[in-house]
Design a protein around this ligand. Structure first.
Ligand code: GTP
Ligand code: SPV
Ligand code: MN
Length: 612
């Protein structure tokens, strides 16, 4: 608010005038400021000078710790607090007009009640603090599909993260003009008390109210809150799809480009797949990244499905990231990167479990405590993250900023499954592919609070991110077929199948190129496969495994379809559908019954037909 006091502001953090005359925007900001009562209001313009100012301020209040600037220029460490390290699904609410709109997979709160409850928390909550007004664009600024959001936040860390993750500042205000079509996001860190933490979405008002967390998807409102939960509702209404998907380009040695989108749940390999470096055997093949977490998909005038990455940066999982597993990510995070909840070395470098090289003897752990090699505790939090601008990515697609996006030839659904799901399986058609997406299962990970390693249904990797009734979302996916003249081919994949000793059967990472190659060749109708009752699988020889040191038995085990496992799987899918209520599209029930009936035919045919 222009009238706010500047008396206690440091030089690096002073209030300024609104950077827009948009009456809807200025009125809303004033309204929110009256409620939250910050000492000052800072409108962010996205400039370099502002970045320097905010960074200096963040360092002065201890929110950012400078790293070795010679080794990691522009890089800082942030510690988010021990009880605030992941998304909180049980505290995330879809506050649509009716409970039915939110559906059985979402927490619902009556919008009137939610506004009232949170208003009490916001009242005076920014006293002594700065209110940052962060205008941003999701999607390339001049894309017809871009959406504008304004995030009000009391966290300088959030403002600096939003600057990396989105097109932030004046460009958003210029694009908005005097329109009232913007997402109203209000974020207050509060006292970071999980008892007073709410992440509330009001799709009917294009509004997000987030209180009590400063971490990732709870606080960077452009990401999961706007680009998935709210956007999924916009997609339903406007005829497009907002998905938890990476987007990659794969270029053959001859220069042929194919684009693939893939939905894997949180911490299940999207960033790694989107930045994959193909093994030696695939000399001349190149993977380029369009996006690593979110895709907005629309049907183009030519009847193909086009994908845009709404983000401008990566909020990626640090543990496990190394030059060996993801060299592209390592090269991306050497400059201008914010690290959250990683460990600190005595000489100002960062460390996490799975990083290359020797384990350091002494570290400061993610909570700021001394850590010694051999300690039973993790030095970095399992959900420690890096925030890095996509322009740092040496494998960034030249179409990452293309306003129209890239045409998608194949969609892959994948989860973290120790059994049942084979390395790769192709659906027979769109409806069967939607069934794949709708019935995905995956083990839970550290990306959300709660138990890790429990298999749950995570349809389309969107269980925590679908902003409306899941059954209606399935129906929306089915209905897209009518609009897509050239639908992408749909596949199921699983990099995480384990042997009897609990070891991964498949080497994964760069070697996933072998699966991707089959996917692309199938999408282009130029490689064989075998029809099974459950879908198409590669025949022996169809997957290029040359140069891969993997015993034939392991290849067989990882690609195997087992009747008993699949009967169990389809029964569990039946229970899942039942839990979603009467609204589940009939087409999906029929898919399940057909698959089960085919399996039973084989089962009854005799023991010689063990493999479907
Ligand atoms: P979010 O950012 O949470 O949405 O995660 P993500 O889907 O981008 O997952 P990411 O690529 O960051 O990978 C998460 C974890 O899975 C890391 O610990 C990786 O090392 C591991 N991982 C990724 N790909 C593979 C793979 O092919 N095989 C195995 N075994 N692990 C993998
Ligand atoms: C995820 O959990 O899927 C993420 C990280 O990508 S967060 O931004 O915290 O949602
Ligand atoms: Mn994600």
């Amino acid at each position: 608010m222009t009238t706010a006091s500047v008396s206690s502001a440091t030089q690096s953090d002073v209030d300024n005038k609104p950077l827009t005359k948009n009456p809807h925007l200025t009125a809303w900001v004033e309204h929110m400021a009256r409620m939250c009562q910050p000492d000052r209001v800072v409108w962010c313009d996205g400039s370099e000078a502002e970045k320097a100012r905010l960074t200096e301020h963040a360092v002065s209040i201890g929110s950012l710790i400078p790293l070795d600037q010679a080794k990691l220029p522009g890089c800082y460490l942030h510690r988010s607090g021990a009880n605030d390290v992941a998304r909180v699904e049980h505290l995330t609410f879809i506050c649509s007009p009716t409970k039915e709109d939110a559906g059985p997979t979402n927490n619902w709160m009556d919008p009137t009640e939610a506004y009232a409850k949170l208003r009490e928390l916001y009242n005076g909550s920014m006293k002594g603090r700065t209110m940052y007004v962060v205008p941003y664009v999701m999607g390339p600024v001049d894309s017809p599909f871009a959406k504008i959001g304004i995030e009000i936040t009391d966290s300088v860390y959030v403002a600096l993260n939003m600057r990396i993750m989105t097109r932030m500042g004046q460009c958003a205000l210029d694009r908005l003009g005097n329109s009232e079509d913007f997402n109203k996001g209000l974020h207050c860190t509060g006292d970071v008390n999980p008892e007073r933490r709410y992440i509330c979405h009001f799709p009917q008002d294009n509004t997000i109210w987030s209180f009590g967390s400063g971490y990732g998807g709870n606080a960077l409102l452009g990401k999961k809150c706007l680009a998935l939960r709210i956007a999924s509702c916009l997609g339903r209404d406007e005829g497009w799809l907002a998905e938890h998907m990476l987007i990659l380009g794969i270029e053959s040695p001859e220069g042929e480009m194919t684009y693939v989108a893939a939905a894997f749940p949180s911490q299940c390999g999207k960033t790694n797949f989107a930045m994959m470096i193909p093994p030696k055997r695939f000399k001349g093949w190149k993977i380029t990244t369009v996006g690593d977490d979110i895709a907005w998909l629309r049907v183009g005038d030519d009847g193909r499905l086009y994908a845009v990455n709404p983000e401008a940066g990566y909020f990626g999982v640090a543990p496990g990231t190394s030059y060996a597993s993801n060299g592209t990510a390592m090269r991306t995070i050497q400059t201008d990167t914010l690290y959250t909840n990683v460990a600190l070395t005595p000489d100002g470098d960062v460390w996490w479990e799975g990083k290359d090289g020797d384990i350091p003897a002494e570290l400061t752990d993610w909570q700021g405590r001394p850590w010694h090699r051999g300690s039973m505790e993790k030095a970095a939090h399992p959900n420690a993250r890096f925030t890095a601008p996509m322009v740092n990515n040496p494998a960034l697609s030249k179409f990452a900023d293309d306003p129209q996006g890239v045409p998608i030839s194949a969609i892959i659904f994948g989860g973290r499954r120790a059994d049942t799901i084979p390395l790769v399986l192709q659906s027979f058609n769109w409806t069967h592919g939607v069934f794949f997406g709708a019935t995905m299962g995956s083990e839970t990970t550290a990306a959300a609070t709660g138990k890790v390693g429990v298999v749950r249904r995570d349809p389309f990797a969107m269980l925590p991110f679908c902003g409306y009734n899941m059954a209606d979302y399935f129906r929306h996916w089915l209905s897209m077929q009518a609009k897509i003249t050239f639908p992408p081919k749909i596949f199921l994949a699983n990099w995480f199948r384990k042997d009897k000793n609990g070891k991964f059967l498949w080497p994964g990472f760069g070697e996933n190129m072998r699966v991707l190659k089959w996917v692309v060749d199938r999408a282009r109708l130029r490689v064989g496969g075998r029809e099974t009752p459950l879908g198409w699988v590669p025949r022996p020889g169809d997957l290029d495994l040359s140069g891969l040191d993997l015993p034939t038995e392991k290849v067989e085990e990882v690609t195997q379809l087992t009747i008993e496992e699949w009967v169990r799987e389809l029964e569990s899918v039946g229970e899942f559908f039942a839990s979603l209520g009467a609204n589940v599209p009939r087409e999906l029930h029929m898919q399940r019954e057909l698959l089960l009936a085919r399996l039973n035919l084989i089962r009854n045919a005799g023991p010689q037909y063990r493999t479907p």
